[in-house]
Ligand binder design. Sequence first.
Ligand SMILES: [Zn+2]
Length: 120
Amino acid sequence: MHEMGLALEIIDIAVASIPAEMEAARVESVNLRVGKLSAIVPESLKFCFDVAVKETRINGAELNIEQVPVVAMCKVCGFQWTIEEPAFSCKKCKSGDIELISGKELDIVSIEVIDKDDAE
Ligand SMILES: [Zn+2]
């Protein structure tokens, strides 16, 4: 299970994203894009994040995971389509020379930081 290591990495990045001059800043949420073929189980990653975040400066931050569909592209005819299951041939020309062009990503899209100085 590599989700815990990943959760810790995401937390590190989120903590580092807080500007130094915003001492009271709080990370409200971390928005993540995960490809359906990235071998990440979103529920498991979210669970690890929620557990690990309690020990950190960004306690209370929420992890939002958006799942990205798997898109394949045929190298012969250029046709692109979204697949639910791994596919091995082009839907249009039946060529076996295809490439998965999305579905493996794991990106932090945005981190929402709130400066609490105004509120307190
Ligand atoms: Zn094709």
